[in-house]
Design a protein around this ligand. Structure first.
Ligand code: NAP
Ligand code: 12T
Length: 351
């Protein structure tokens, strides 16, 4: 196969917050698409999306949707993935699944290209895209782990509503409008259990028996799997904040060997996919508003944790729809087909 081969690419969930972003990222990065197949539920089948100045009709996702498809990007929720990803893989497509359905399956690689690209080639038809909050954290922490071995991570997140999807973005918009027009008593939360406008909710995804939310446990378990090191201890508190796009994280790490602030900045300046914005004297640090629409993971507020011997604190921000979801999935596809990054294996790996 040479670099000029083109692929039939299906996007399941093409009308959603992440699916739309996947289509624009494919276009922006000139992914070699022979044909784009946008799929959604019967609700939006028949509507149109634009790809490379072409209008394409959205089709209903069905059992036979994947005939002739080479790569299927899934972002239509975990239950849709559970039902249709194996069918797509059996039809001959390589699935890159953005839902939580298969991430912790031992047979399914969980990939962040800056961290563990080699895992891609172990796939058996399905590759999982990690949780948004985990992706941006491991992109920033991998170089530090390689240098000084991270023993423990304590993370608190400030997550935007776009992580939940388009209905949640509408809910924040509408509640904000009602608050500003003195109609607070008319607000009836639907997507979240409480009002999100002008509020912070320490609750993302469902509560588990151990008192943590599923989002918190995703950060714990996925971090170990992606970093390939089950010995890293991780604890998380995930919080929804009234921001449309961009997740922010306060991250505390304890390392085996000492890393100074200057060394940490230097390591991260050289790290792929990372931009350091760390100039407190000029009030410069990463901001969700500025990360939105960008591809990189932004890191700042790097400082020593003076309460322990070998510890650091930092603030990590990224666009959750791009690096946290759509961009990461497309980067995996690029490696798979040898576009830009690595040699093609898609044909050898999956027949
Ligand atoms: P969204 O804006 O609500 O969009 C959902 C999409 O799925 C829509 O295109 C919808 O089509 C489609 N869909 C829903 N039910 C379907 C069905 N039964 N059959 C076919 N299509 C169906 O949600 P989103 O934010 O894009 O998120 C979608 C998925 O991505 C979820 O699995 C979420 O967990 C995951 N996600 C992952 C990350 C991450 O951390 N990597 C971040 C955000 C989201 P209609 O227009 O027809 O309703
Ligand atoms: N519930 O991919 O609500 O597992 O922000 C990502 C984001 C699940 C996921 C959210 C979620 C996922 C959210």
């Amino acid at each position: 196969m040479n670099g000029r081969k083109e692929y039939v690419v299906a996007v399941a969930g093409a009308t959603g917050a992440v699916g739309r972003e996947m289509i624009s990222v494919l276009e922006e990065r000139c992914f070699p698409v022979k044909e784009l197949v946008p799929l959604a539920s019967s609700r939006s089948a028949g509507s149109r999306i634009t790809f490379n100045d072409q209008e394409i009709v959205v089709r209903e996702l069905k059992d036979d949707s994947f005939r002739g498809v080479d790569i299927a990007l899934f972002s239509a929720g975990a239950s849709v993935s559970r039902e249709f990803s194996p069918k797509a893989a059996r039809a001959g497509a390589v699935v890159i699944d953005n839902s939580s359905a298969f991430r912790m399956e031992p047979d399914v690689p969980l990939v962040v290209p800056e961290v563990n690209p080699e895992a891609i080639f172990t796939h058996k038809g399905i590759i999982a895209n990690p949780n948004c909050s985990t992706i941006q954290m491991v992109v920033a922490l991998k170089p530090i782990h390689d240098r000084a071995k991270i023993k423990r991570i304590v993370v608190s997140t400030y997550q935007s509503v776009s992580g939940t999807g388009k209905k949640a973005m509408d809910e924040l918009f509408n509640q904000t409008q009602m608050m500003l027009s003195f109609k607070k008593e008319d607000i009836k939360p639907k997507v979240y259990p409480h009002q999100i406008a002008f509020n912070c909710l320490p609750h993302i995804d469902v509560f588990q028996e151990n008192g943590y939310t599923k989002e918190e446990m995703k950060m714990v378990n996925e971090t170990k799997k992606i970093m390939g090191d089950p010995s890293i201890r991780v604890t998380a508190t995930t919080v929804r904040v009234p921001v449309f796009i961009g997740h922010s994280e306060s991250v505390n790490i304890e390392t085996e060997r000492k890393v100074t602030v200057a060394e940490c900045r230097e390591l991260l300046r050289k790290a792929p996919g990372v931009v350091v914005i760390d100039d407190p004297a000029n009030n410069l640090y990463p901001l969700a508003l500025e990360a939105a629409g960008k591809d990189e993971v932004f890191v700042g507020r790097i400082r020593e944790d003076e309460s322990i011997e070998c510890g650091l604190n930092m603030w990590i921000v990224a666009d959750n729809l791009r690096k946290g979801a759509a961009l990461n999935a497309v980067q995996i596809a690029e490696i798979l087909v040898g576009h830009k990054v690595m040699k093609a294996v898609i044909d050898i790996e999956y027949k």
